[in-house]
Design a protein around this ligand. Structure first.
Ligand SMILES: [Zn+2]
Length: 340
């Protein structure tokens, strides 16, 4: 199956060659260009050390299967085996597990392009986006669809409350804000995407509250649509199959990561005891066809006693909105930094 990627720095192409378009379905393990890249089961992986050394990154290995990468103030942490890393202490899930070979850490090239490069070297992202001016805010559920509920309170009520707080704060800062709903009414997922397209939005932020059969599940998590050729982090009701089919939002995979990280770090700072579940990939319909960087925030678990008690207080929901605004400003500042 051939794959093409809309983003990825030219410097990376020079290092590992432009071989993604010839990805083979036949399993093979070959190395090229002094182990900069390795093929496994038809997928290309890049050596983190090889691709980040030319950018002036520094490496330390606390032990044989851990790697800490520093570049300026940014720090990446990979530990043991797994499908996630930490970027400045924020947990980011990859679409494909990384692996170690001959003491080298290899990450799927599609993950490198969509998750790591945009954070540590955003100048390398080929797909350019402009500083956000128009922001679509999406209050999850509504009308006949209440979402989850706890103690007589519906998710749709809290999502709308957070979104209204966000709208007021962002409008004050001069952003043009469009809501997918501003009252308790049903809006289909397709209509939410249509609203985003019509608004020619620069960002899409969807707000939800979570639920789990296990009452101990708690904390916040942020979803982006899986980068092309990678899998969703979650199982359950979400579609979990891997797909190489190109969708509109793939153009923005790298910027989704930057937006999600920016907001994740601000929520973590404002609510240090809430607990972070990480930046994950979710094959979510409301994100798939959005023509702009798009994320979905699961604020907390209504089914968890502590999370529920926290956000049952209106001032905490508004404090959350402030943290999300801070994340949007951090994202915008990041873009301006690149452009100048
Ligand atoms: Zn929901």
């Amino acid at each position: 199956m051939s794959e093409t990627f809309a983003i990825g720095g030219q410097w990376l192409s020079k290092l590992v060659g432009n071989s993604l378009s010839t990805e083979s379905s036949v399993s093979k393990t070959t190395t090229s260009k002094a182990n900069t890249s390795v093929w496994r089961q038809g997928r290309e992986y890049v050596s983190i050390r090889s691709v980040l050394s030319p950018l002036g990154a520094h490496f330390t290995s606390p032990d044989a299967r851990s790697l800490k990468v520093s570049r300026g103030p940014a720090v990446l942490d990979f530990t043991r085996d797994g499908n996630c890393f930490f970027y400045n202490n924020c947990k980011i899930f990859l679409g494909v597990p990384f692996f170690w070979e001959k003491q080298q850490l290899y990450v799927a090239k599609c993950d490198f392009i969509s998750k790591i490069e945009p954070l540590i070297h955003p100048q390398g992202v080929v797909s350019k986006v402009s500083s956000p001016k128009t922001i679509v805010l999406d209050a999850g559920h509504g009308g006949k669809d209440p979402g989850t509920s706890a103690r007589g309170i519906c998710e749709k009520t809290w999502t709308l409350d957070v979104v209204k707080g966000l709208r007021d704060q962002l409008t004050q800062l001069g952003y043009h804000v469009v809501l997918t709903r501003d009252q308790d009414k049903f809006v289909s997922l397709a209509d939410r995407v249509a609203i985003t397209k019509r608004a020619q939005a620069d960002l899409f932020v969807s707000i939800h509250f979570n639920a789990c059969a296990s009452k101990s599940a708690h904390g916040f998590e942020i979803f982006t649509f899986p980068a092309q050729g990678t899998s969703a982090t979650h199982t359950g009701t979400r579609l979990k199959s891997q797909s190489s089919v190109s969708v509109a939002n793939h153009m923005f995979s790298g910027w989704n990561t930057v937006l999600a990280y920016s907001i994740h770090s601000c929520i973590k700072e404002a609510f240090p005891n809430l607990g972070e579940r990480g930046v994950k990939q979710g094959r979510l319909l409301v994100l798939r066809n959005n023509p702009c960087p798009s994320i979905l925030i699961e604020v907390a678990f209504m089914t968890n006693e502590k999370d529920f008690a926290l956000f049952t207080r209106a001032e905490k929901r508004h404090e959350l909105a402030r943290a999300i605004v801070g994340g949007i400003q951090k994202y915008a500042a990041n873009l301006q930094h690149i452009q100048h």
